[in-house]
Design a protein around this ligand. Structure first.
Ligand SMILES: Nc1ncnc2c1ncn2[C@@H]1O[C@H](COP(=O)(O)OP(=O)(O)OP(=O)(O)O)[C@@H](O)[C@H]1O
Ligand SMILES: [Mg+2]
Length: 359
């Protein structure tokens, strides 16, 4: 087999490998370059975007496996990864620049939506993506409290300046009303404030906007789906049977509004006593995985009960406690699962609607 033949086969092989962000054949996007072929050893450079950075090594591995499986006469493939930034498109009518908007919801209150939404946002950011976090719980905002943020957003050039947690822009009703002030609003005002958060906030350009949904998602989910195409929803539930039933209802509600379910997370899934190392399944375990399988949606992983997660978040130190690798690990798995699920969804949609990548 000559090197020229191998080069030709490599080009053909790229036609059947989808670029994860656009779903187009990667042969058309110019993201694989700098080929070298010598004695059956192939080298190339794969450019991926910050949006896909959380799963970049898996994508490189699957490109390598794909080439090894489809090209004859090669014995080794070395893929060198390169992360680039690609501008976010403007989505919906509201001028938000984000590649994807992901809601974190549940069928039930108190299962850990806000904790999960904030943790997913923080961990995705640490994995290299550009992330914003929006608290859509306008009646009972908890994101500022979890992240220890306060202050009033300024208005500059007619845009609300979000409060930053590290690099991450955050917007919440908690910044606009006093801590113990009750917000008593009617439906249209709820719609108005969600619109303002999305349209009038200086989010910058984002790979991911993560939205913490209030309990009883109906109204806000409807408002959101009228404003922009949601990329998908992550459903949080706890292992008890009743929570699982409610999760099932939430999934079917989102499916009815044509929002795709990126997957299910089981929170408060077991507790390991740090002293004895013994594990106790306080609320049960594994029910969410079974439910997800039954409903045909991905299972994204489980987060055990971790005492520091609760105690530190109560002190506004969620971002800090997530620096502990043991605490962060389940969230890293979930973040990879979310990005993977998004990439699968993009790969499966009709190619005509896929945006042209700009490199
Ligand atoms: N895995 C966990 N380990 C320990 N504590 C947790 C875990 N997940 C959530 N918590 C705690 O459970 C409580 C409820 O969590 P959270 O506020 O995130 O739930 P929620 O679903 O957003 O609630 P609401 O429906 O009121 O918005 C908080 O005190 C939080 O710190
Ligand atoms: Mg909440």
């Amino acid at each position: 087999m000559s090197d020229i033949d191998i080069h030709q086969q490599l080009q053909t092989a790229l036609e059947s490998f989808k670029e994860p962000e656009s779903g187009r054949p990667i042969s058309k996007t110019g993201q694989v370059s700098d080929w070298t072929v010598s004695e059956g050893v192939v080298g190339c450079r794969l450019s991926l975007t910050s949006m896909m950075q959380p799963i970049a090594t898996e994508i490189a591995d699957s490109l390598r496996d794909h080439l090894l499986a489809t090209v004859t006469g090669i014995k080794q493939v070395n893929v060198q990864l390169d992360i680039t930034y690609r501008p976010a498109p403007t989505i919906g009518q509201i001028g938000l620049k984000a590649k994807s908007v992901i809601a974190v919801a549940a069928g039930k209150g108190g299962v850990g939506k806000s904790t999960l939404a904030a943790s997913i946002a923080i961990v995705l950011g640490r994995m290299g993506a550009k992330v914003g976090l929006m608290d859509a719980d306008v009646y009972g905002p908890s994101i500022p409290h979890l992240l220890g943020l306060d202050g009033r957003p300024e208005i500059v050039d007619g845009k609300i300046q979000p409060i930053k947690s590290g690099e991450m822009p955050v917007m919440s009703m908690g910044f606009l009303v006093g801590k113990d002030q009750a917000v008593v609003w009617r439906g249209p005002m709820l719609h108005g404030s969600i619109t303002q958060f999305l349209r009038d906030t200086a989010w910058g350009e984002l790979d991911y906007l993560i939205i913490d949904m209030p309990p009883g998602t109906g109204d806000v989910a409807l408002t959101l789906s009228q404003l922009l195409p949601l990329s998908g929803v992550v459903i949080v539930c706890t292992p008890q049977e009743v929570a699982l039933l409610d999760a099932g209802k939430a999934i079917s509600m989102f499916e009815k509004t044509k929002v795709s379910v990126l997957g299910v997370v089981e929170n408060m899934s077991g507790f390991t006593d740090p002293q004895s190392g013994k594990t106790f399944d306080i609320f049960g375990k594994g029910g969410a995985r079974a439910k997800a399988e039954e409903l045909g949606v991905p299972f994204l992983g489980e987060v055990p009960i971790q005492i520091p997660l609760r105690s530190e978040s109560d002190q506004g130190r969620l971002a800090e406690v997530l620096l502990d690798p043991t605490i962060a690990k389940p969230f890293e798995n979930i973040c990879r699962g979310v990005v993977r699920s998004l990439a699968t969804q993009i790969a499966n949609r009709p190619t005509l609607s896929a945006p042209l990548p700009i490199l």
